[in-house]
Write a protein that binds this ligand. Structure first.
Ligand code: SAM
Ligand code: SF4
Length: 485
């Protein structure tokens, strides 16, 4: 636990009214929740357990670390099996429709567990909760859910939980938008040696298929001083690698009182002593500057990996997607990046079956894949999201056509990724060891600067260390290696 937060919580007098300012207000409710948790725990004669379940992207994974941090401060012990937990919180995603269906399915199962264990609490938060029709459905058909909140007031988790302990009724607290950023809340990292760091929230791009701007609100950047302070604290606590997070990191700084570019922020982060690796995501191609390419090229710490979502290779479709670049502009950007850094690994996101996509459009996408030669790509079938402009577009592509294109794309992506991966065979590169291998406990697993996975003989003492490894044999999308003494 963070000692400074602990000291501030100790000083709080619960007989006084809750403070108005943050984060003190949340510390007050953390202390209040501790009392409730202690009482129930004493009745049951055991500690209370909580499971945080994350759906979706790295942004949600980072939010979940904040939820877990608050739960631990309140007195819950972390539990990985939902069915064994006294409190389960689902941090939801709604980027594609199937993400929503998965949550409803899992909630049905959890209801059966709750019937046998009535003191169990169930919470829902995250992107899906920002959709009014979801909350209506939950109110009507999922009355056993105890608390519901959205993406903008996640920092209020302790306060919402305290309200639930006091009211015994479903608590719903959803905000439409916010310009608020609350600093200095507890957070519990999944890995001791690496961490995500939010540098901005929300998105202003309104790609026509995407629900994110509606559920995550307008773009706002964190103050650079807060970002640097957070990373310095993380490094002092053993972190070697940070992943700077934002929906479009290349437009970082535009909302600050003293605007600052993303490249300038990276220069500052680079100066932090003890920090070994810097990653970031996601980069929107329309905003990727030559200044950023230059900073990446000269940096010793920025990893040789760039995730550059293309979405489609057809200029017509890109226009309908409101991506604001053409196929030619994207390819010329890739050229500039590869000229500056020939060893860079490029990855991407691609959507298949956007409304109106013809076979010729799809061939353009395949052409981009063949020209760029991505090291890997996330391929998605277009999912219609209510409220986005694309949902109302004509010419939705039939499912069987989409499926056929998707299979052909995946095959091409995998073939090229395996060829790109094999290029490193025989070289020695530095690996940040992340964990013991899940199948073979004589091996450890880690990542290269270019994000490729490597398994090699090692022990648990190596976890969190940077180790030079000879890449012996390529297995398609990962390596088997050997530590170099
Ligand atoms: N901000 C990032 C960007 O601009 O690339 C990514 C955000 S989104 C959570 C991650 C990916 O989901 C997108 O790059 C896109 O490929 C995919 N995606 C978003 N909306 C989608 C939809 N309606 N159907 C299918 N895939 C979608
Ligand atoms: Fe969605 Fe586009 Fe914003 Fe990414 S940049 S979050 S794809 S609207």
């Amino acid at each position: 636990m963070n000692k400074e937060i602990e000291r501030l919580i100790d000083e709080i007098d619960l007989l006084q009214a809750a403070p108005a300012e943050e984060p003190m207000r949340q510390y007050y409710f953390i202390k209040k929740c501790r009392q409730y948790v202690k009482e129930i725990s004493e009745k049951l004669g055991r500690p209370l357990r909580a499971a945080t379940v994350t759906f979706g992207c790295q942004m949600n994974a980072r939010d979940s670390e904040k939820l877990t941090g608050i739960l631990e401060e309140i007195g819950y012990v972390e539990e990985s099996v939902e069915e064994k937990a006294d409190f389960v919180i689902y941090n939801t995603c709604t980027v594609r429709e199937n993400a929503n269906q998965r949550v409803y399915g899992r909630l049905g199962q959890l209801n059966r567990v709750k019937r046998k264990n009535p003191h169990m609490l169930i919470g829902l938060c995250g992107c899906m909760m920002q959709e009014p029709h979801v909350v209506e459905k939950l109110k009507k058909s999922y009355r056993f859910v105890d608390l519901i909140f959205g993406t903008h007031n996640i920092y209020k988790f302790a306060e919402i939980l305290a309200t639930r302990f006091e009211s015994e009724r479903m608590v719903i607290d959803i905000w439409k938008d916010t310009d608020k950023i609350v600093e200095d809340l507890p957070s519990e990292r999944k890995y001791s040696f690496k961490s995500g760091v939010n540098i901005m929230f929300g998105c202003n791009n309104f790609c026509s298929y995407c629900i994110v701007p509606y559920v995550r609100g307008r773009e706002r950047s964190r103050n650079p001083r807060d970002i640097i302070r957070e990373i310095e604290t993380l490094v002092a606590d053993g972190v070697k690698e940070v992943m700077l997070l934002g929906q479009n990191v290349n437009s970082y700084g535009k909302t600050l009182e003293e605007p600052m570019s993303f490249a300038e922020l990276l220069r500052e982060v680079e100066k932090i002593e003890g920090l070994e690796r810097i990653r970031f995501m996601t980069s929107h191609p329309k905003d990727l500057s030559d200044e950023l390419i230059e900073v990446m090229k000269t940096s010793r710490k920025i990893c040789r990996h760039l995730h550059l979502p293309v979405q489609s290779g057809s200029t017509d479709i890109l226009k309908k997607m409101n991506r604001r670049y053409t196929k030619e502009q994207y390819l010329s950007l890739v050229d500039r990046i590869k000229t500056a850094m020939p060893d860079i690994s490029l990855t991407t996101d691609i959507i298949v079956g956007f409304p109106g996509e013809t076979e010729a459009d799809f061939q353009e996408t395949l052409d981009v894949v063949q020209k760029v030669r991505y090291d890997s790509a996330f391929t998605f079938i277009y999912s219609k999201r209510t409220g986005t402009p694309a949902a109302a577009m004509e010419n939705q592509v039939p499912q069987e056509v989409v499926k056929d294109r998707f299979d052909r794309l995946l095959k091409e992506v995998q073939k090229i990724a395996a060829e790109e991966c094999s290029k490193h065979e025989g070289t020695t590169q530095t690996v940040l060891v992340e964990q013991m291998n899940e199948q073979d406990d004589t091996l450890v697993t880690g990542r290269l600067s270019n994000n490729l996975l490597v398994h090699f003989p090692g022990t648990k003492e190596m976890i969190g260390q940077l180790v030079d490894v000879k890449l012996i044999s390529c297995k398609g999308f990962y390596y088997i290696g050997e530590a170099v003494k």
